[in-house]
Design a protein around this ligand. Structure first.
Ligand code: AP5
Length: 209
């Protein structure tokens, strides 16, 4: 199954994707995680994109599409994918349609107030990228990742100025994808407001799983 998770920053795409992989049995591919790993490794890609991510802007389409195309060519993506954070522009969607068209696009319905609350309390693992929240998804031990023991930190783009920019960029460049995929009869809405366990149930129901 080839799935896209579409929604504003902080909607819970990564959190649901981490759970949905056990349901749909395809890999979770997050372009944001790929960029953050490259930044942590100080690779040429990381050096190129660090300032862009910190400012809450989008990496250029050519770089991002090239990266996704390469990732989808790996063996584990042979049976499909959950793409989280890609596509984010019409140009990216058009490119994806050319090499790995999606079967469904899951659109996360959530108001800005909830998004701000989620991003404001997010803590991310420096080592494995897992997400926690100071109120809604606390780690067992404060500041330490439950999964790998890595250090939890506040993403640079979760600071107030960058969040504002990311929401602006989402409205201008990514929200038009809702109409784009609706016209192609690929869109499925998921109520992303409740607690994470309920969002998993909402996802299964909306997908008929
Ligand atoms: P990316 O990492 O993709 O950021 P994003 O889309 O802004 O999404 P987030 O990771 O912020 O949020 P999420 O929806 O995954 O929410 P999460 O599950 O963590 O991209 C980062 C940057 O990379 C971009 O700004 C851009 O620069 C670049 N980039 C990436 N892709 C690109 C592309 N295609 N083109 C160009 N540039 C690209 O949840 C958030 C918080 O809420 C967590 O603390 C979590 O614990 C909590 N939470 C989750 N679900 C619930 C729930 N149901 N109830 C309560 N709390 C919850």
């Amino acid at each position: 199954m080839k799935l896209i998770f579409l929604g504003p920053p902080g909607a819970g795409k990564g959190t649901l994707a981490a759970r949905a992989v056990d349901i749909v049995k395809v890999p979770h591919i997050s372009t944001g995680n790929i960029f953050r790993e490259a930044i942590a490794a100080r690779s040429p890609l990381g050096l190129k994109v660090k300032e862009i991510l910190d400012a809450g802007k989008l990496v250029d389409d050519e770089t991002t599409v090239g990266l996704v195309r390469e990732r989808l060519a790996q063996g584990d993506a042979g049976g499909g994918y959950i793409l989280d954070g890609f596509p984010r522009t019409i140009a990216q969607a058009e490119a994806l349609a050319g090499f790995a068209p999606p079967d469904r696009v899951v659109n996360f319905d959530i108001p800005d107030t909830a998004v701000l609350e989620r991003l404001g309390g997010r803590r991310t693992c420096r080592k494995c990228g897992a997400n926690f929240h100071i109120l809604f998804g606390k780690p067992k031990q404060e500041g330490i990742c439950d999964h790998c023991g890595g250090e939890l930190y506040i993403r640079e783009d979760d600071r107030e100025g960058a969040v504002k920019k990311r929401l602006e960029v989402y409205r201008e460049q990514t929200a038009p994808l809702i109409g784009y995929y609706r016209e192609r009869d690929l869109l499925t809405g998921v109520d992303a407001r409740p607690a994470a366990d309920q969002v998993v149930e909402n996802f299964k129901k909306s997908m008929g799983l």
